[in-house]
Design a protein around this ligand. Structure first.
Ligand SMILES: Nc1ncnc2c1ncn2[C@@H]1O[C@H](COP(=O)(O)OP(=O)(O)OP(=O)(O)O)[C@@H](O)[C@H]1O
Ligand SMILES: [Mg+2]
Length: 465
């Protein structure tokens, strides 16, 4: 196997040469990329290591030129920049991998070994402006997959907990594809009443059902030549799943009540925060559809598993929030950012964003110090004495509010009542009269509450859960 290295840094050339030779490759190195295209044509290497930024030449342009040849080697971009734009751009244009300097020799070895096992690459397009953050290894991998997914026609399935950024990723795939000037149609499958899914997606003919007073184009036809994003795909009824599978296989839709079929050219991206494999095993999701949709799968890890992204996200959202309120300064102190990093964000990036927007709205230009952060973030670290149950309750209230939960009054009161009743009844071993005395309420009320809250008493005067 032969490798060619283009990099204007001598040490990088030397290190690569050494490592690659150890891997059994024949290695040629060049300090400029000016002649790269003709060198590659002549030398026919298996792998090219290409620096993105070299004096007088641009690695991406060279990459594009090499990739436009009929047959071309695997190209590994090396760069001192870990900005997502460059990573997406490089992967998009067919780079095999993107390695950030200073690199770990093992990364190079891994790339070479993966290449030895072989795969192939792909073509073109440009950059949009979507604010997306992620320097963690996990997000870098995701950018690589976005680059790949945007140049492929295969369906993409994005999985991950709520608020991790699945929709931003779907939009990014579209924005980097050659469909970027065509529609991106987002459909939330959970928001459509189950009986209407098919007519919504595939359209209907006038008179197809009561209320169909005119012919309506389905989302697939509206998205023609562009991308359709089917969010919360797990909520799609089984019957509609069967129809969707046919649409993907045939690339044509038949509106409800129509004899006509229409050809469509739509890239399909789906997303879910559910475990589709489990739903498939339970018979709630079609297995054949699952395999068809998950040709390219992007799993977005929860924010707590990529905390190194938090400071950059804080910076972005603070900037957005300050702009929204027309403020010139403000934001979090270093200590506050440290606290923000220690919290686990069950609501992921969305929760972090909501917290920041709320704090900036309240404190405006005032620097946000740890004492201004909500209790559930600073927690016990700031409250010196052991937190009382009231403090715990306060934390829970803040947490629910920050997660945009609704109707929390009813929820909290019923949780409270349930605990109060269960614990008292546990103490009285199920004796209701005694519990009524302790609680100071009528025994009929207790009976009613037991029914309402569905509290189970296994055996009277015995134990219960
Ligand atoms: N990496 C990121 N950089 C910047 N903003 C992000 C990032 N990830 C998510 N966001 C922001 O967080 C919010 C939630 O993201 P998004 O709606 O894409 O999540 P989701 O995974 O689709 O959530 P759900 O499963 O609840 O629909 C959005 O406002 C989005 O702009
Ligand atoms: Mg979403």
């Amino acid at each position: 196997m032969k490798a060619v290295v283009f990099d204007d840094e001598k040490t990088i050339r030397n290190v690569l040469k050494k490592v690659l030779e150890k891997e059994g490759l024949e290695v040629l190195t060049f300090e400029t990329g000016k002649e790269a295209v003709s060198i590659v044509k002549e030398e026919k290497p298996d792998i090219v290591f290409l620096d993105i930024f070299m004096e007088e030449c641009n690695g991406i342009d060279i990459l594009k030129e090499i990739v436009s040849q009929d047959s071309y080697p695997f190209i590994v971009m090396i760069s001192g920049h870990d900005e997502y734009k460059y990573i997406i751009e490089a992967m998009k244009h067919g780079a095999y991998d993107y390695i950030v300097k200073p690199f770990d020799i093992n990364q190079i070895r891994k790339a070479v070994n993966d290449i030895k096992k072989s795969i192939d690459a792909s073509p073109i397009v440009e950059k949009p402006t979507i604010d997306i953050i992620g320097k963690s290894p996990a997000m870098r991998n995701i950018f690589k997959l976005i680059g790949r997914a945007s140049s492929s026609l295969e369906p993409v399935l994005i999985t991950g907990e709520s608020g991790t950024g699945k929709e931003v990723i779907a939009r990014l795939i579209h924005a980097y594809s050659d469909r970027k000037n065509k529609p991106f149609i987002a459909v939330n499958c959970a928001a459509i009443p189950s009986g209407l899914v098919e007519s919504e997606l595939f359209g209907y003919e006038k008179g197809a059902f009561t209320g169909a007073t005119h012919t309506k184009k389905g989302k697939f036809l509206v998205a023609d030549k562009g991308t359709i994003f089917l969010d919360e795909i797990s909520e799609m009824p089984l019957e509609a799943q069967g129809k969707l599978l046919r649409v993907i296989q045939e690339m044509e839709v038949t509106p409800v009540g129509s004899n006509n079929t229409y050809k469509v050219d739509v890239k399909i991206i789906t997303a879910t925060n559910k475990d589709l494999v489990k739903l498939t095993a339970e018979g709630k999701f079609r297995e054949d559809l699952f395999y068809r949709l998950s040709v390219i799968e992007i799993n977005v890890p929860p924010l707590r598993e990529r905390k190194e992204d938090i400071p950059d996200l804080i910076e972005l959202f603070t900037k957005q929030a300050l702009e929204k309120h027309g403020l010139k300064r403000g934001g979090f102190t270093k200590e506050a950012v440290q606290y923000m990093k220690s919290y686990n964000y069950p609501g992921n990036v969305r929760e972090l964003k909501n917290i920041i927007f709320k704090l900036v709205a309240i404190y405006r230009e005032r620097p946000i110090t740890p004492d201004l952060l909500p209790n559930f973030i600073v927690g016990d670290k700031i409250i010196s004495s052991a937190p009382s149950w009231k403090e715990g309750l306060k934390k829970e209230i803040f947490r629910l509010i920050a997660n945009n939960k609704k109707s929390i009054y009813v929820k909290l009161l019923s949780d409270f009542e349930e605990i109060l009743l269960k614990e008292t009844l546990k103490h009285t071993r199920g004796n209701i009269s005694e519990a009524a005395k302790i609680l100071g309420i009528h025994r009929n009320t207790i009976h009613r509450k037991i029914d309402e809250l569905n509290i189970q008493i296994k055996e009277k005067n015995e134990s219960f859960i």
